[in-house]
Design a protein around this ligand. Structure first.
Ligand code: AMP
Ligand code: GLY
Length: 423
């Protein structure tokens, strides 16, 4: 089989390394991939947002199955166009991807179907939004409606900050059209859990839970990033929490999308907060999380291609999806300065195996792998327990070097604390 994976980052590299274990696959292509992905797939230089071109290339090259991983091409309808050309895909259509593409859509969906989430109001008028803020308790959360590279959420501690956030989105248009409408919602507290799930619209199978580390610096300080590391499983996600989430959130969401005529097929990601009043949805993503995928897929025992094909063919109920009873930790090695400005173009040296080292931002030049992004590598290790996985991941990190490297030194510490342990 010829399989195409659409995407450029560490998540796509993890998907490709996992697919490579499938005996049914002869060749994997990546659009556009990156210098590290080129180690495991044939990379094809087409912009992932140019969905027509991606689909044309796939048809011309007789691709048997496509996996569309990032939010942008999904929201732009890459799966619709690939399907029209007769290419089966893993990933939602644009009608279903709206669950991530519009926060107003997802909030209204949750309200309509009584799925627990933060209280909220939506606004298309800046003055009305500001008037509303005057009556709110602080902190308050302001979210741009559309996609904003994970940066469209502002937690304001004072009324002044809240007004500034609304102005920057609705007046200064820092997120372009994505901020034309905003959601203003209640600030929730509690541990956060990411749960990725496979669903074909009939069956929903949650994957092993995970925990992201979004802030740039140790002790969860500094700016928000795309994610500086992950661990799986998440110790806060106990069996009873999992049961409650399945009953009150996961299945109701799958059914709600069916009711709306927007059946979701692919990976549905639940960003949850375990509040004192029970689990609530912080966000939905229409795709695998990054860097959650870098800890979840290395723990998957079942053939990923088999699951993805079953999802596409709406027979997920036939598959027994199994995970290793182990723990994983992924430490992101970034360029110093990320998520603000940083230098790139430095050679990456490995004194360790590259298995489970997922390349996010690097390019190949004259046979050398050079840094080419803010997040450069996701270094994952697996062990029988979390402490062991953390130790192994940092040991692996110590064997990889490039100029200007930066990584957090406390990935997993919060999770270990939940078990009463320290790094
Ligand atoms: P997102 O970009 O939607 O993943 O949001 C970024 C982060 O903002 C989340 O991981 C949460 O830590 C935080 N956040 C989002 N919504 C809320 C909320 N209603 N209350 C508290 N924190 C929130
Ligand atoms: N790690 C969160 C995301 O992928 O959006």
């Amino acid at each position: 089989m010829k399989v195409l994976v659409v995407g450029n980052g560490g998540r796509e590299h993890a998907i490709i390394q996992s697919l490579k274990k499938s005996k049914k696959i002869d060749v994997i292509y990546a659009i556009a991939g990156n210098g590290g992905i080129a180690n495991d797939a044939i990379t094809v230089d087409i912009n992932v947002k140019d969905v027509e071109k991606v689909a044309e290339w796939a048809a011309e090259n007789q691709i048997d199955f496509a996996v569309v991983a990032p939010d942008d091409p999904l929201v732009l309808g890459a799966v619709n166009i690939l399907n029209e050309k007769g290419i089966p895909c893993f990933g939602p259509t644009k009608e279903a991807a709206i669950i991530e593409g519009s926060k107003i859509f997802s909030k209204n969906l949750m309200k309509k179907y009584s799925i627990p989430t933060a209280e909220y109001e939506t606004f298309s008028d800046k003055d009305k939004a500001i008037e509303y803020l005057e009556k709110c308790d602080m902190p308050i959360v302001i979210k741009a409606d559309g996609l904003a590279l994970g940066k469209g959420v502002i937690i304001a501690n004072t009324l002044e900050e809240a007004k500034d956030a609304v102005k920057s989105m609705m007046e200064d248009k820092v997120f372009g059209a994505s901020g034309a409408n905003v959601v203003i919602e209640e600030f929730l507290t509690g541990p956060e859990v990411s749960v990725l799930s496979f669903t074909d619209g009939k069956t929903l199978v949650p994957m092993i839970s995970s925990m992201d580390h979004k802030r740039a610096l140790d002790n969860d300080e500094g700016l928000n990033t795309g994610g500086m590391g992950t661990v799986a499983p998440n110790p806060y996600y106990t069996e009873s929490v999992a049961k409650e989430c399945m009953e009150k959130i996961f299945l109701p969401t799958m059914n709600a999308m069916n009711q709306e005529g927007r059946t979701f097929k692919g990976c549905l990601y639940f960003g949850l907060m375990l509040t004192p009043k029970g689990p609530k949805v912080i966000e939905y993503n229409c795709r695998f999380g990054d860097p959650e995928t870098q800890v979840v897929l290395p723990l998957l025992k079942t053939d990923l291609l088999e699951i993805m094909q079953a999802v596409a063919e709406e027979r997920l109920s036939e598959i027994n999806v199994e995970f290793k009873k182990k723990s994983a930790c992924c430490v992101i090695m970034a360029s110093k300065g990320y998520p603000s400005s940083y230098d790139k173009g430095f050679e990456i040296n490995f004194k360790t195996s590259r298995k489970n080292v997922f390349v996010a931002g690097a390019k190949l030049e004259d046979g050398k792998l050079l840094t080419n992004g803010g997040r450069v590598l996701g270094v994952t290790a697996i062990s029988s327990n979390l402490k062991g996985a953390i130790k192994k991941a940092y040991k692996k990190v110590s064997k990889i070097s490039f100029a200007n490297a930066y990584y957090r030194s406390d990935i997993g510490a919060r999770a270990l604390k939940a078990y009463g342990e320290k790094i």
